[in-house]
Every structure is written in structure tokens, then in C-alpha cells.
Design a protein around this ligand. Sequence first.
Ligand SMILES: Cc1cc2nc3c(=O)[nH]c(=O)nc-3n(C[C@H](O)[C@H](O)[C@H](O)COP(=O)(O)OP(=O)(O)OC[C@H]3O[C@@H](n4cnc5c(N)ncnc54)[C@H](O)[C@@H]3O)c2cc1C
Length: 482
Amino acid sequence: MWFRRDLRIADNAAFYQALHAARRVYCVFVFDTSILDPLHPNGPAADRRVEFIHRAVQQLAQRLSAAGGGLVVLHGVAATEIPRLAEQLAVDAVFTNRDYEPDAIARDAQVGDALSRQGRQFHTFKDSVIFEHDEIRTASDTPFSVFTPYKNAWLKKLTPFFHKAYPVEQYLRALARAPGIETVLSLDALGFLPSNIADLRLGDGEAGGQQLLDEFLPRIDAYGTARDFPAIKGPSYLSVHLRFGTVSIRQLVRVAWQRSEARSAEPENGAAVWLSELIWRDFYQTILREHPRVTTESFRAEYDAIVWEDDMTAFLAWCEGRTGYPLVDAAMAQINRTGYMHNRLRMVTASFLTKDLGIDWRWGERYFARHLNDYDLAANNGGWQWAASTGCDAQPYFRIFNPVTQSERFDPEGKFIRRYLPQLERLSGKEIHAPWLLSGERQREAGCVVGIDYPAPLVDHAEARVKTLARYGKVKRTANAA
Ligand SMILES: Cc1cc2nc3c(=O)[nH]c(=O)nc-3n(C[C@H](O)[C@H](O)[C@H](O)COP(=O)(O)OP(=O)(O)OC[C@H]3O[C@@H](n4cnc5c(N)ncnc54)[C@H](O)[C@@H]3O)c2cc1C
């Protein structure tokens, strides 16, 4: 059993199938140097995701060992390590859960070929989504590119069969040990330094994922309204666990669906809204699988004619949270310090980069990819293309978030801003959203002089808006004329 982005024992599809099919099952995880090496090009570096995985792998190894098995942990190129280990252990088959990213598909094809040349089987399973790309189709058997009809078809198809848990625990006796090669390498040996992950309460491994879920359940009914306010604990914070499979999507959907059914007559049904977010996740996986070109191109091809600003200075100010717009800067401080950013703020900062600074969404996508703990190619690309209006079911280009009114609406007292920008601490809930509008005297009194203690706005939002409408309008008109 080859574990990848499914670092848990419970309700793991491929693991269940392996245990069910074989008399002896060895488990392996590979710290893949083809993924890890580019993360520390100049020697040892801290990376929260590597550390999250490392902790999850340690826990998995302990749990497997307690159940009578073990975990072989390798550090090398997975595409060569897996066939080599399969030969060393003389196994009949390798079991794994499918990954839908283009690079993973290519790697798995390589592994499948190598195993087949050795006369071994390679079995892959659906585990990380409820429905794969070809399971939800339009009446004319094409993939959906609009979310609402996709969601309706998804919900219509959902029966308890699709979110039933695989009863892995009943079959653990098939676990086997591979003495001598079951050591979990230290972070140091992998070439990484400790990060601040221990301060972030992300929860370690499978146990941490369950704990976050338990904490979220009492909040789920209020999710529909609470989720939009970054200063309060509205969302589940489970994204990193979904990313690395330390929690099962079937369990989450089961919980959300049952709660949503029970609350169907209530005016506030947070579980239904949360379920909808989990469906967005499947939707973007489908878009990526059906249209892998989105990794480099706009889903709506006409928008690739947009002429973006080639402004590295403005981009760096955005990255470092120096735009002069407090909500944007606090959000960028959140991602830089913690690797998480609240969903509302992902939309606000992505809109700001593309529509206030006129910078290509791909630059922002890459920055998020480097910094998000929950970075997921499908969801990140989908989110960026949604915000930039270039995506499949994106917001229209003329809908441009105003960073000040977003701030007034979603952080009305400035609590979130103050948490990340202490220099604005003494401004009132009314003042904090646009400090440059305050008199010089008031700025001095509050200890926050714009241009000295806090940056002046990088752009004027009203002017930027006009420019953006022209930028998008031009390519839209050209496309319409053609
Ligand atoms: C520009 C941009 C970039 C994004 N990049 C990522 C990313 O790299 N990885 C990622 O997992 N999500 C991404 N999202 C979606 C969303 O912001 C995060 O999933 C969410 O903030 C994670 O926090 P949570 O687990 O507390 O979410 P909750 O609100 O508790 O949602 C539960 C789960 O639903 C899924 N989900 C929620 N919203 C979305 C969405 N819009 N699209 C797809 N799945 C969703 C996630 O798996 C999430 O963990 C992005 C959104 C935007 C606008």
C-alpha cells in the first residue's frame, strides 16, 4: 500500500482494498525528492507543509505499528523507489489512491509501466473525492462547467453508498512488517528545518483532523453566516487535512449531509452551505482533470489576450502586505505568518492583485502555491481564475471588490486587522479601514502616520477600477467581434 495524499488508516479506500485482497500488506510512504528538492534549492529550509506531512507520517507509522504492521519510509524519486521496493519485497501488486494533478497522473503512468514490466499489478482507487470527473455529466454526456447545475447533479447522485466508510479496522490483521527499512527519517535528514507549525494548532495527522472536526461540529449550523467574518471562528480549518488526506472526504460529506437533512426545515442550515463548499472542491478537481490546460491558461481563452501590468514593485508590496489597504495587508500577513488565509480574504486579495494592481492572476496563484498549507492545484487555480474572472464559473469581470467596503462589511470592528497589523491598533472600528482618510492630527494622535508608520495606498481604487474595466472590456469586445 503506497500512501500519498491519504495519510490515514480510517476509511482509506486503497488501504481497505489492499487489506481485503491480500494475505500480507506492506505499507510505504515516499518523501519524493522530485517534489521536495525545489522547495529548498539553497540548502535546509523551513516548510510548514513538509513538517505537516512529516508529523502525519510519524503518526501513521505509530498507528500501523500498534496494529501489527509498519511503515517503510523512503526518500527519493517515487517513480523509481516504488518499483524498486516492490521488487525488493517481492509483492504481487501495489495499491494506491488516485491523484488527479497532471504531474501525479504522469508519475503514476510511469510507475504503472515499471510495475507491469516486472509482472506486477498496479491498482488505483477513488478516495479523495466523492465523484470523479466522469461520474457527474450533463444530459449530453459532457462535463459541467457551471457550478450550480453540477452541484444539483452531484446532490441527486449522492446516496449513502457514496459516503459509506471503508471498514479498514476489521482487516488490519493482514498488515505485515518489513524489518530494517521501517524508520521515519528526521526532518533534518530530509533537508528541512523546523517551522512555526507547532504554534498554529493545525492538529497533527489523523488524530488532529478528527479533533478539528469535533471542534467544528458545534459550529456547523452557524457556518452559513459565520464563515464570512475572518475575525471569528467560522470555517472548519480542515483544508490542510483534506489536502493530505488526514481526514476522509466521505466522513465529512456524511456528517454534513446528515446534519443538513436534519435541518432542512430550518431557516439557517449551515451544514448545507458547508456541504456546498465540499462540492466546490470536487467541482474544481473535475475542471482540472477535464481541462488540464487551466494550469497555465485561462479557462476562458479570450482572457489570455489581457495585457497585464508587469509591475514587480507593486507585486512585492502585495506579497509583503504593504499595499496600504489594511484588510489586504492583514490578510497577506496571515498567509505569510501562518500558511492559512480565510476564504473571504483569499477572494479579496486575489481581486486586489488582479483588478486593483492589474497583475496576472498566475503571479498570485504561484505565490499562494508556495505559501498555503492547504495548497491544492485544483482549488487554488479555480479560486484564482474565479477572482480574476477568467475561470469557468467565475464572477463577471465588472464585479470588482472594493477593499474598503469589504473591510467595513466583513471586519466591521477591525478585529482581524488589529490582530495582524498592531500599528493600526489605536484606530477605531470606523477609522481602521482607510487610515489615509484621517486628518494628520488624528493620525499622529493614534500613532499611525500614513507614509511613516503605515504605507499610503499603492493605488486609488476608483482609478484602478476604471482601468480594469477598460482592460477586460477591450478583450471582451475583440472576442465578441471575432
Ligand atoms: C484565490 C483562492 C485560492 C484558493 N486556494 C485554495 C487552495 O490552494 N487549497 C484549498 O483547499 N482551497 C483553496 N481555496 C478555497 C478556500 O478558500 C479554502 O478551501 C478554505 O478557505 C479553507 O479553509 P477551511 O478548511 O476552514 O474551509 P471551510 O470553509 O471549512 O470549507 C471546508 C472545505 O471545503 C473546501 N472548500 C471550501 N471552499 C472551497 C472553494 N472555494 N473551492 C474548493 N474547495 C473549497 C476545502 O476543502 C475546505 O477545507 C482558494 C480560494 C480562493 C478564492
